[in-house]
Design a protein around this ligand. Structure first.
Ligand SMILES: C[S@@+](CC[C@H](N)C(=O)[O-])C[C@H]1O[C@@H](n2cnc3c(N)ncnc32)[C@H](O)[C@@H]1O
Length: 270
């Protein structure tokens, strides 16, 4: 059954503002694979594109890029944000893509493949990909580190405690990311495939942005729906602890969020 956790317009707006585009080291790993495998760079489709943060970086490399998401609110945000003329967006479930058989060079899914019905999605991927078309399924894991001077361990501990509380409200599908997409990797029916689990990137952001990222998590949104006051208190307490630990008062204080990605790369080859 399709997941409808991201339909809310406020949630979509948090996405647009606080989710990150695939970072440098992840992009490097992806393109060093694609340059060896893909025959043509005509059409890339980013499935579960959210408000487009994972779609735009493909525009420099492909003639045409289409971002697709089941949530109309996310697609509205994506269309509203600036994007080059070779990028378009449409509402579509991952399991039923509006492309002809053998017409797509690349299918990507960033922080989204765990939400899909895996067998139906992979069979749809196989239908629409050209021979030698490729897939990239990637996500950052939640074992992130908050880096700041010599306080990284203390700040990471606060972040981890916050995340552990939010995990009580995590959908089972989010927990699928924790095993680094092992099940999706096993189900991908291509001989030519690899799963990278050691790509690390650092994203500079303010404490305010970090709190925005936390609020964009589906598990925070679920907590907020169930217990609005407790969710607000957790957020306020987490921010207060960050600032006190850093001995600063400004939410604009910059930290770096270090994240580890899992990335499945595969090629159809026939
Ligand atoms: C965590 S967000 C990832 C968004 C973006 N790709 C990113 O990197 O931030 C997951 C997205 O998958 C979408 N989604 C969930 N189930 C879907 C499905 N069955 N078909 C298409 N999109 C789906 C959600 O609406 C949501 O926008």
């Amino acid at each position: 059954m399709a997941t409808h956790l991201f339909e809310d317009r406020i949630h979509a707006a948090f996405y647009q503002k606080y989710r990150f585009t695939p970072q440098e080291n992840l992009q490097r790993a992806i393109f060093s694979y694609l340059e060896k495998k893909v025959n043509s760079f005509r059409l890339a489709v980013d499935v579960g594109c959210g408000s487009g943060q994972s779609t735009l970086f493909l525009a420099k490399h492909f003639e045409k890029v289409v971002g697709m998401d089941i949530s109309a609110a996310q697609i509205e945000e994506a269309k509203r944000a600036p994007h080059p003329p070779n990028v378009s967006y449409a509402v579509s479930p991952a399991e039923d893509l509006p492309f002809e058989a053998g017409s797509v060079d690349l299918i990507t899914a960033f922080a989204s493949v765990h939400w899909f019905d895996t067998p139906r999605f992979l069979s749809e991927v196989d239908r629409v990909l050209k021979p030698s078309g490729c897939v990239v399924f990637s996500s950052y894991n939640q074992d992130m580190r908050v880096c700041y001077r010599d306080l990284t361990e203390k700040l990471t501990q606060i972040f981890t405690e916050n995340r552990d509380q939010l995990f009580n409200y995590a959908d089972e599908k989010v927990k699928g990311v924790l095993n680094d997409y092992q099940e999706v990797f096993d189900a991908l029916p291509y001989a030519d495939k690899e799963r990278l689990t050691d790509i690390v990137d650092k994203v500079p952001m303010s404490i305010a942005d970090l709190m925005g990222y936390i609020q964009s998590l589906s598990m925070y949104q679920a907590f907020q729906k169930a217990q609005p006051e407790a969710a607000k208190a957790l957020l306020q307490n987490t921010e207060r602890r960050f600032l006190e630990t850093m001995s600063v008062s400004s939410r604009k204080t910059q930290v770096e969020l270090e994240m580890r990605h899992v990335c499945i790369l595969g090629c159809k080859m026939s």
